[in-house]
Design a protein around this ligand. Structure first.
Ligand SMILES: Cc1cc2nc3c(=O)[nH]c(=O)nc-3n(C[C@H](O)[C@H](O)[C@H](O)COP(=O)(O)OP(=O)(O)OC[C@H]3O[C@@H](n4cnc5c(N)ncnc54)[C@H](O)[C@@H]3O)c2cc1C
Length: 803
C-alpha cells in the first residue's frame, strides 16, 4: 500500500506577485484570521480581518507594539464605510472628493458596527479609508470584509514602501506578502477627525489641508498630545465609568472582576475572564469588549487580576494602567508630557514635590546640584520603555539614576532643568536564581548587597564588593563597570555580566537577557552598555555570573621593603597560590597614621614603622588551613629574600576584619587631613613603582609640603592617588589648584599609557579631561557609537562624550 504524505503547510512570509490565485489565497488567509501585507498608495499595510478581535490582536503581536494604538480600517468604498461608521454629510462630501485615496476619516461607530474595539483602542471612533491601489482594492473585494492595516513594519521602524521592506522587517510574522511594487505616495494618509463639531487634522499626509478646507471649510490643528491626536496616549484613556483597581488579589461582591488565567477570584458580582488559558493574545482580543460589559452602573468598581507582562501582556497592562490612571492628576496635567508620564507610572512612580526630589538632584560630594522636570520611578521595564518613548517623542533628555553613589556627576541632571530624572530604585526584583548554571537574573534597581545575599542564599558568591554596596544598585554598577576589592580574582562588572535587558533611547526594549558563557553570534552588544554610564540606554535587568562560595580565606598584612618589592610579592603569592588571590591592596605609612589617629577601633598590626604595606587575601574552596599555609610560606620566602621586613597572617576572621578596617579607615582618616585632591588612575601593575616615584616627585615640586596618600588596588594597577594638603595650608586655596594638579598627574599617567579613570567613570566631571587624553580618533569613534544608538542625543546628554 502506498502512503501519500500530507501536503506541507505553505511557508509563512512568502512574497507573491498579484494574480487571481494570489488574491484567492490572501482572502482565505484574511478570513481565517491570518495576516497579509499588501500595498496601498501610501505604504504597505499589515492587514487582518477588522471584525475579528483575535486577528487584530495578531497585528499588535507581529508589530511588537508596546501599546494599542488605533488602527486604520480599510474598506472598498464609501458604502462599505457607511455600514460601520456614522457617515454624515461632511463625510460624504470628503469621500466624494478624495476616495479612493490617501485620506483617513475619524468617525463615530455606527450602531451596527462590526469593527473590533481593538482597532479603535476602545474609543467610540474609528479611522477609516478607501485605498486607491489596485492590489489593495482587489484584496478588499476578494476578502469581502473591512481590513485593519497599520504600516507593515515593527513599531517604531521606518514605514515600508516595497514588498522587500516588509519581508526584511516582518519575515515569518506575516502569512503572505502581496508584492505590488513600490507605493506611489509613500507617506501615510492624512488623518482628519470629523467626529466632533470642528474638523481637526490629526496627521498631515497624502491630501493637503488646503484641499480638505476647500471641501469642508475651517480645519483646526489638533494640539500635540490632545486625546484625539494620540488616543493611545491619553492620561485617562478609555477609562471606564467605574474605577479600575489593578493587580487585585481579592474582589468584593459589589465589584466586577476582570479575570485572567485558570483561577479567577471568587465573589465578584460579574466576571469576564480574558483568557482561562492565560494566553495574552486571546486576552488582548477580548480586552475592550470585556471592559465595556463590566462597566455597569449598579457596581462600585472593576478589580483587574494581574496579567503577565510577556507577549501582548505588556500592551494590555499599559492599556489597563491608562484606564486606571487617576482622573485628578498629581501634576495637574493630563495631556502634557508630565501628565502622560504620570498615566504610565501612576502616583507611586512620580515625585514632583521639590523637597522630595532634592536628595536625588545632588551628587553625594556636593560637586553638582541639578534640576529636573520631574523624578520618575517606574516599576517595570514596560513603564521605563513607555516613559523613555514619551520623552523621545517630545525631545526631552532622560538621566538614568541608580543609588546615586557615583562620584563624577553621571546621575545628576544639568542645572537647566530640561531633563526627566529616571530612578530605577523600584525595579528591585530578583527575577531568577539558577544555581546549576551559576547565574542570577536581577532587575537594575536591586541594591548590590541584596544581590550578594540572594546568591549566598543558594550557597553561591556574587563577588562584586565595594564600599557603597549597601546603597549602590546593580544598574549603576554595570553602567560604571564597577570593580571593587576582588577584581584581581573575579574581574570587573564587565566580566560578571552575561546578559542585559536595555531600554533604548527611542523606547524600544532590547532583550539580551542570555545566560550563556559562549555566544559567538556577532557583536557583543551588551559590552556597549556596560560602562557607558547611561548614555546609550537604560539597563533594566541583567544576568550575572555566580561563583562557588569560598570555604576558606587567608588574609595577611605585610610591610614591604619598597614598591618594587610589593609588585614582586604579588607575583610570588600568585605563583604559589594560583588564581585564588582575590585582593592585593597597597597602603602608605601616612595613610595608616591617618586611620590610626582618626578612626576608632583601628590598630597597627605590625610593631615597626615602614613606608609601604600590602594587604593580601586568598579565598578558595578548600578547607583545613591550606591557603594560610601557602600565604605564610610565600611571605617567609619573601622575608628571607629581603622583600618583606615584617608580616602577619590573620589567625581569625576578626583579625582579618581588623586589617580591612584599616584599609577603609584610611579613606575616612583622609577627611581629617584637610583638603584632598583625588585621582583614580590605573597603569600596568609593573609600572606602579615608577609611576608613583614620578608622580610623587612632580606634585611635591609643584606644591612643596603636599602629602601623598596613594593607596588602593595594586593587584589591578589601580591607585587612588590622593593628595592631602600641606600642613597649615589654606584648604580653599589648595583645592583651587585641583585642575593644575590633575594636569601634572594625568600627564604622567598618559606617559605610562594609563587611564585617568579606573573605577568611577567619566560622568560630567571628567568629560573634558578624557577628551584631552584620548586620541581624536578614539573620541570620534565614541561619538559615532553614541550617535548610532542615540541619534538625537537625549540619553544622559553631556556625560562621558562631549555634546
Ligand atoms: C564609598 C564608595 C566606595 C566605592 N568603591 C568603589 C570601588 O572599590 N570600586 C569601584 O569600581 N567603584 C567604587 N565606587 C564607585 C561605585 O562603583 C559607584 O558609585 C556605583 O557603581 C554606582 O552605582 P549607583 O547605583 O549608585 O549609580 P549612580 O551613581 O546612580 O549612577 C552612576 C552612573 O550610571 C548611570 N546609571 C545608573 N543606573 C543606570 C541604569 N539602570 N541604566 C543606565 N545607566 C544607569 C547614571 O546615569 C550614572 O551615569 C565607590 C563609591 C563609593 C561611594
Amino acid at each position: 500500500m502506498t502512503q501519500t504524505a500530507d501536503p506541507l503547510p505553505a511557508p509563512r512570509g512568502r512574497v507573491v506577485r498579484p494574480s487571481a490565485a494570489a488574491y484567492k489565497e490572501a482572502a482565505a488567509i484574511i478570513r481565517a484570521g491570518g495576516l497579509v501585507a499588501f500595498p496601498t498608495e501610501t505604504v504597505y499595510g499589515l492587514g487582518a480581518d477588522a471584525t475579528n478581535d483575535a486577528a487584530v490582536a495578531a497585528i499588535f503581536e507581529a508589530k511588537d507594539r508596546p501599546r494599542f494604538n488605533p488602527l486604520i480600517v480599510h474598506v472598498r468604498d464609501a458604502a462599505a464605510a457607511a455600514r460601520e461608521v456614522i457617515f454624515d454629510a461632511r463625510a460624504e462630501a470628503l469621500a466624494k472628493a478624495f476616495w479612493p485615496g490617501p485620506l483617513s476619516l475619524v468617525l463615530r461607530r455606527a450602531a451596527e458596527c462590526r469593527i473590533s474595539l481593538l482597532c479603535s483602542a476602545g474609543l467610540e471612533t474609528i479611522a477609516i479609508r478607501v485605498p486607491d491601489h489596485p492590489v489593495g482594492q482587489a484584496l478588499l473585494r476578494a476578502a469581502g470584509r473591512p481590513i485593519a492595516a497599520p504600516s507593515a513594519n515593527p513599531a517604531g521602524a521606518l514605514s515600508p514602501t516595497r514588498a522587500e521592506h516588509v519581508a526584511e522587517a516582518l519575515g515569518e510574522r506575516v502569512d503572505l506578502i502581496l508584492d505590488g511594487g513600490p507605493c506611489p505616495v509613500g507617506i501615510e494618509s492624512t488623518v482628519l477627525d470629523i467626529s466632533g463639531e470642528t474638523p481637526a487634522l490629526l496627521r498631515p499626509g497624502g491630501v493637503t489641508v488646503e484641499a480638505l478646507a476647500k471641501v469642508i471649510g475651517t480645519i483646526a490643528a489638533a494640539e500635540a498630545g490632545t486625546p484625539q491626536a494620540s488616543p493611545g496616549m491619553m492620561a485617562s484613556h478609555y477609562a471606564p465609568r467605574l474605577p479600575l483597581r489593578l493587580n487585585a488579589d481579592s474582589v468584593r461582591a459589589d465589584e466586577a472582576l476582570l479575570a485572567f488565567g485558570p483561577n479567577p477570584l471568587a465573589g465578584a458580582a460579574v466576571t469576564e475572564n480574558l483568557s482561562r488559558r492565560g494566553d495574552t493574545k486571546e486576552a488582548a482580543a477580548k480586552l475592550f469588549a470585556a471592559l465595556r460589559r463590566l462597566d455597569r452602573p449598579d457596581l462600585t468598581g472593576i478589580a483587574a487580576m494581574p496579567i503577565r507582562e510577556d507577549g501582548l501582556g505588556a500592551a494590555i497592562n499599559d492599556r489597563l494602567r491608562r484606564a486606571a490612571a487617576p482622573r485628578e492628576s498629581q501634576t495637574g496635567e493630563t495631556n502634557s508630557l508630565l501628565g502622560r508620564i504620570e498615566a504610565v507610572v501612576g502616583a507611586k512612580g512620580l515625585v514632583a514635590e521639590p523637597a522630595e526630589m532634592a536628595p536625588y538632584l545632588s551628587e553625594p560630594r556636593g560637586l553638582y546640584t541639578g534640576r529636573a522636570r520631574i523624578l520618575v520611578r517606574p516599576a517595570t521595564t514596560t513603564e521605563v520603555a513607555e516613559v523613555v518613548r514619551l520623552c523621545a517623542e517630545s525631545g526631552t533628555p532622560v538621566v538614568p539614576q541608580g543609588g546615586n553613589t557615583g562620584l563624577v556627576g553621571g546621575a545628576t541632571p544639568f542645572e537647566d532643568g530640561r531633563a526627566v530624572l529616571l530612578n530605577l530604585g523600584r525595579m528591585n526584583k530578583i527575577r531568577a536564581v539558577d544555581a546549576a548554571n551559576n547565574t542570577i537574573t536581577v532587575e537594575a534597581g536591586c541594591i548590590l548587597r541584596q544581590v550578594q545575599e540572594a546568591a549566598a542564599a543558594v550557597d553561591r558568591l556574587f563577588p562584586l564588593s565595594l564600599g557603597a554596596e549597601g546603597s549602590c544598585q546593580i544598574g549603576g554598577n554595570i553602567s560604571t563597570n564597577a570593580g571593587g576589592i576582588q577584581v584581581l580574582r573575579y574581574g570587573n562588572m564587565r566580566e560578571l555580566v552575561l546578559g542585559l535587558e536595555v531600554v533604548l533611547p527611542d523606547g524600544r526594549v532590547w532583550d539580551g537577557l542570555r545566560a550563556l558563557r559562549k555566544d559567538n553570534t556577532g557583536y557583543d552588544l551588551k559590552q556597549l552598555f556596560i560602562g557607558s554610564e547611561g548614555t546609550l540606554g537604560i539597563i533594566t535587568a541583567a544576568v550575572l555570573r555566580l561563583f562557588p562560595m569560598p570555604r576558606e580565606r587567608a588574609t595577611a598584612f605585610a610591610a614591604v621593603r619598597d614598591l618594587e618589592a610589593a609588585v614582586a610579592l604579588l607575583g610570588r603569592i600568585r605563583a604559589a597560590a594560583g588564581d585564588v588571590v582575590t585582593s592585593f591592596e597597597l597602603f602608605p605609612r601616612f595613610g595608616i597614621d591617618l586611620a590610626l589617629a582618626h578612626v576608632p577601633g583601628t590598630q597597627d598590626p605590625l610593631a615597626g614603622r615602614h613606608d609601604w604595606y600590602v594587604l593580601a587575601e586568598l579565598a578558595g574552596s578548600g578547607r583545613g588551613g591550606a591557603l594560610a599555609d601557602v600565604l605564610e610560606s610565600a611571605l617567609t620566602d619573601a622575608f628571607e629574600d629581603g622583600l618583606v621586613p615584617d608580616a602577619t597572617v590573620a589567625a581569625s576572621q576578626a583579625q582579618a576584619d581588623a586589617f580591612w578596617r584599616l584599609r577603609e579607615g584610611m579613606v575616612e582618616g583622609q577627611k581629617s587631613a584637610g583638603g584632598s585632591i583625588k585621582h583614580d588612575i590605573a597603569v600596568p601593575v609593573s609600572a606602579v613603582p615608577a609611576f608613583l616615584a614620578r608622580a610623587m616627585a612632580a606634585v611635591t615640586e609643584l606644591i612643596p609640603g603636599i602629602r601623598p596618600v596613594p593607596f588602593g588596588h595594586l593587584g589591578d594597577g589601580n591607585i587612588h592617588f590622593n593628595l592631602s594638603q600641606p600642613v597649615g595650608a589654606d584648604k580653599a586655596a589648595y583645592l583651587a589648584r585641583w585642575d593644575e594638579v590633575n594636569r601634572v598627574v594625568h600627564d604622567i599617567v598618559a606617559e605610562f599609557s594609563g587611564s585617568i579613570s579606573a573605577e568611577h567613570g567619566i560622568g560630567r566631571l571628567k568629560v573634558e579631561e578624557n577628551q584631552h587624553y584620548k586620541s581624536a580618533l578614539e573620541i570620534e569613534l565614541m561619538q559615532t557609537v553614541k550617535k548610532a544608538l542615540d541619534p538625537r542625543g537625549l540619553m544622559n546628554p553631556g556625560k562621558v562624550v562631549p555634546r
